[in-house]
Design a protein around this ligand. Structure first.
Ligand code: SF4
Length: 349
């Protein structure tokens, strides 16, 4: 056992050392990560770790690290029978919708300021009051909300989905700021719901200006959940995968990420030759999840950690996700026909 622990400490230090973790820090968590990794093998399970999780979860026990939708899709391609999704609750629900035959657990039933901003009853009321409008929901919603909408979208296909909707008027929910960003570039009339992400609404355009002055040549990347004024001032706006691609392909050396601190850590760990500057904001919901919760979910899960979605809601929510694929394809074709290709969130990206 001592040999196994020593090897685990070395493995952890190899990954976390570059993020400032000491060998002593790694020694403290090694027994827990070792046990979780053994339980994964015994239970034919994988751990999905959202990029906003802490590094001990991402690099200590995560089999895949990424954004919520990409991870859920990845799990469909993996033979594991059980998924422990280190993320907030609605993300676990999305994984369950795409992997209905697998057991899906979340270490904690954590909320999210965006997903908590709207419920199914409110969408039904909107529908009743706006019978001619199409309703598109961002993937950051609960399954019961997805079930009431015409289509779902992610930050990387929202423009295509909205452009391909058959209605002229679109109600976009729950993210007001992403909806306002969409309204700037879309040909549709977009009405927004008043939800926000507590992380991305916290940044303002002055922080971007300040970083440009302090680091000449810096490239600034932001998530489209940020305010339109800020999005207009950055070099690239998009989701996690788009940001990763941008940094990997850019000849620039210095970057600022206007997003959650976990993603900043991930970029520091994965782009050793680049410099990541500026501040980040912690998501209090994502940070509720601790390594011990992951261990407990494997050893003795309680009902609130196990994702169950009533079959009628799951079927309608899944339809909303399937519609997203159909509209994304159609929207891409439409934009190409209009000679615009993929529409960027920001003029400069
Ligand atoms: S970062 Fe924002 S959208 Fe993501 S879980 Fe936290 S509050 Fe929700």
């Amino acid at each position: 056992m001592a040999g196994a622990i020593d090897r685990e400490i070395e493995r952890l230090f190899g990954k976390l050392g570059k993020l400032g973790w000491s060998r002593d820090d790694c020694e403290l968590i090694a027994p827990v990560t070792l046990e979780i990794n053994e339980l994964k093998r015994e239970q034919n399970a994988i751990v999905l770790a959202h990029s906003y999780q802490t590094p001990d979860i991402m690099y200590g026990v995560g089999d895949f690290v990424g954004d919520s939708y990409g991870l859920s899709v990845k799990a469909t391609e993996h033979p594991a029978r059980k998924i422990v999704f280190c993320s907030v609750y609605f993300m676990g629900e999305t994984a369950k919708l795409l992997n209905p035959e697998k057991q899906v657990l979340v270490p904690r039933r954590a909320g999210c300021s965006l997903a908590d901003a709207v419920n199914a009853e409110q969408v039904r009321t909107l529908r009743g009051e706006n019978p001619d409008a199409g309703i598109v929901c961002y993937v950051n919603t609960y399954a019961e909300v997805k079930a009431e909408c015409d289509a779902c979208c992610t930050s990387s296909n929202a423009v295509e989905v909205v452009e391909a909707m058959p209605q002229d008027e679109i109600i976009f929910l729950p993210d007001r700021l992403m909806g306002e960003n969409l309204a700037r570039i879309s040909s549709r009339k977009i009405t927004v719901w008043d939800g926000t992400c507590v992380v991305h609404e916290g940044f303002d355009v002055n922080s971007v200006r300040d970083i440009r002055e302090r680091f000449p040549g810096v490239k600034i990347l932001a998530h489209p959940e940020c305010a339109p004024g800020l999005i207009a001032a950055v070099d690239f706006a998009g989701g996690t995968e788009g940001m990763l691609r941008y940094v990997a392909e850019s000849p620039a050396q210095t970057f600022m990420l206007v997003t959650e601190c976990g993603l900043t850590d991930r970029f520091k760990a994965e782009f050793r030759d680049k410099e990541i500057v500026g501040t980040c904001i912690l998501c209090p919901y994502m940070k509720e999840i601790q390594l011990d919760d992951v261990l407990q979910a494997f050893k003795d899960p309680v009902p609130e950690q196990i994702i169950e979605i009533p079959p009628d809601i799951a079927a309608r929510a899944r339809r909303s996700l399937d519609k997203m694929f159909e509209l994304e394809k159609a929207g891409r074709k439409l934009l190409q026909e209009r000679g615009r290709g993929k529409l960027p969130w920001t003029a400069a990206s």
